[in-house]
Design a binder for this molecule. Structure first.
Ligand SMILES: *[C@@H]1O[C@H](CO)[C@@H](O)[C@H](O)[C@H]1NC(C)=O
Ligand SMILES: *[C@@H]1O[C@H](CO)[C@@H](O)[C@H](O)[C@H]1NC(C)=O
Ligand SMILES: *[C@@H]1O[C@H](CO)[C@@H](O)[C@H](O)[C@H]1NC(C)=O
Ligand SMILES: *[C@@H]1O[C@H](CO)[C@@H](O)[C@H](O)[C@H]1NC(C)=O
Length: 488
């Protein structure tokens, strides 16, 4: 008696999936993707404030994701996470050096052949990359600028780390040196040229663009027309700024001098202003690309994402200037996105990590993603729960600054300019759980690999500046539980 009913349900099911297939075929034109990836741009210290056009053209036309994180707050490992969707522990790129896996031959032979570009290229996307890639890209021992990573049709790769002048670009494998052309503007002209060619010869195939300007990375060099525009700006004097007593923090943060001397504070304020000035050229770049998309009638079918590889600090907890720490200023990143189906001026508190970019881009392209440590952020949820892992491996010295008195090879990034307060050390090696269940729960649990068995825990809903380390108050069973999550 029940047979016909079952058959009926099945055929309804088949019919429904058939309808779904028809619908997805009839809207067959797949969306284009433009990903802007800045370098070391904080969000917690006001890093997006100078981007007026970007806010108007991307955030106000789409969504601002307020809980976006880098899971490893340092360039090369974070960019490797973006390209692969994997945590550091799964991609094995541990620092910005070749021996740490940055753009080395192991990377080139394995994960570089499995980036989102390779997947989208296989699905007939036309792909374009311009700007900083991985810090060791272009080194002679790993193929030099002749090496063009697979998956990219148009390759404008910056050799080495961020610079504003006097740099080499690999143009599809041929090196070109530029002495006095401001890099952000050069990237803009390559991007606009690519868009012109898409409209002339692109046919129906969608495109993927990644545009990765050097700003606001050190040496913080603004374009001449913007130099001094923000000279009145200074690092916000928030509760953690130049905090003198950091005895609740791990070894590196406890290094002296604390607070920082006035001379260093003046330098931090100057860096802060210069960083904003470098971002004005990024804002022009975004505006030029969006206006070009509009003028060739492609804007409505294009997703635009704006984010950064990691945050930055200037004087918080009396640390000079750098990233690499598990705190808010280094792990939180700007994240704005517009595109088909995304409501204007929306705000999402749903936690997002840079490992989500891989599955998100594949979803936009209509592809099934291989397993990653992320998840697609489309459809954008207004709120959500998430448990993320943050991890970092501290660097030891590879350049001893002889003007500083230290001879400990576990230290690194120590300079007289930063009053010999080092910015990294091998025991700055940590893994953390960041757990968010909006709006009730938001906490950070970190364990350091050092000889102090150091732990730090912050209740972010009550203590947004991370002034009270709750680890000493936590009971041992709770610690065991979180430690077991970290070792999975
Ligand atoms: C890509 O293009 C090839 C050749 O035109 C075609 O056979 C293939 O089906 C296309 N693949 C996708 C995913 O559109
Ligand atoms: C330009 O870069 C080259 C090689 O990277 C370097 O040797 C040279 O000193 C730089 N020139 C300036 C003016 O910075
Ligand atoms: C620093 O803070 C800790 C804990 O809050 C306190 O025990 C210690 O006395 C303080 N040290 C100084 C030098 O004020
Ligand atoms: C980079 O990482 C590798 C692998 O973990 C390590 O051997 C090397 O010492 C690291 N480099 C620095 C400067 O710490």
């Amino acid at each position: 008696m029940s047979e016909p009913g079952i058959v009926m349900e099945r055929s309804v099911g088949y019919l429904l999936s058939f309808v779904v297939v028809l619908i997805s075929c009839s809207t067959a034109k797949r969306s284009n993707i433009v990903l802007f990836l800045t370098d070391d741009q904080d969000v917690t210290l006001g890093g997006i404030t100078p981007l007026r056009s970007t806010i108007e053209l991307v955030a106000n036309e789409g969504v601002t994701v307020v809980n976006a994180f880098a899971t490893t707050p340092i360039c090369c490992p974070s960019r490797s996470s973006i390209l692969t969707g994997l945590y550091q522990r799964n991609h094995g790129v541990f620092n910005n050096s070749l021996d740490g896996g940055c753009s080395d031959s192991v990377w080139q032979q394995n994960l570089e052949r499995d980036t989102f570009a390779v997947a989208l290229k296989k699905a007939n996307y036309t792909t374009f990359y311009a700007g900083k890639y991985l810090n060791k890209y272009g080194e002679a021992s790993v193929g030099g600028p002749q090496h063009v990573p697979p998956g990219w049709d148009d390759w404008v790769g910056l050799v080495g780390n961020s610079r504003y002048y006097n740099y080499t670009l690999s143009i599809n494998g041929t090196p070109f040196h530029h002495k006095d052309q401001y890099l952000t503007n050069v990237l803009s002209s390559y991007a606009l040229d690519f868009l012109d060619r898409q409209t002339l010869y692109g046919g129906d195939s969608p495109f993927l663009m990644v545009i990765a300007p050097p700003a606001p990375h050190q040496p913080f060099t603004p374009e001449p027309k913007y130099k001094g525009v923000f000279r009145q700006k200074a690092v916000p004097r928030e509760p953690h700024f130049n905090r003198a007593n950091n005895s609740d923090k791990h070894w590196l943060v406890r290094m002296q001098p604390s607070p920082l001397p006035l001379k260093t504070i003046a330098l931090l304020d100057h860096f802060y202003a210069s960083r904003w000035e470098t971002l004005l050229s990024v804002d022009d770049l975004v505006k030029e690309v969006v206006e070009k998309l509009r003028s060739v009638a492609l804007l409505d079918e294009t997703y635009i994402i704006f984010t950064s590889d990691n945050g930055f600090h200037l004087g918080q907890f009396s640390m000079p200037w750098d990233k690499r720490q598990p705190y808010e200023f280094d792990t939180r990143v700007p994240f704005m996105m517009r595109g088909p189906g995304i409501g204007k001026k929306s705000l999402s508190k749903s936690p997002v990590a840079l490992v989500d970019i891989f599955p998100t881009l594949l979803q936009i392209a209509g592809l099934e993603s291989r397993p990653t440590d992320g998840r697609s952020i489309i459809p954008i949820a207004p709120t959500g729960n998430r448990t993320l892992i943050f991890e970092y491996k501290g660097e030891g010295s590879f350049q001893v600054d002889h003007s500083c008195p230290w001879d400990d090879l576990n230290l690194s990034h120590c300079s007289a300019e930063a009053c010999c307060k080092c910015q990294d050390v091998t025991n700055n090696t940590y893994s953390c759980i960041r757990s968010i269940a909006d709006p009730w729960v938001d906490f950070l649990y970190c364990r350091f690999e050092d000889n102090e068995s150091w732990g730090e825990v912050y209740n972010m809903t009550e203590d947004p500046y991370q002034l009270n380390n709750l680890y000493p108050l936590m009971d041992s069973r709770e610690k065991q539980y979180y430690d077991s999550l970290l070792s999975q």
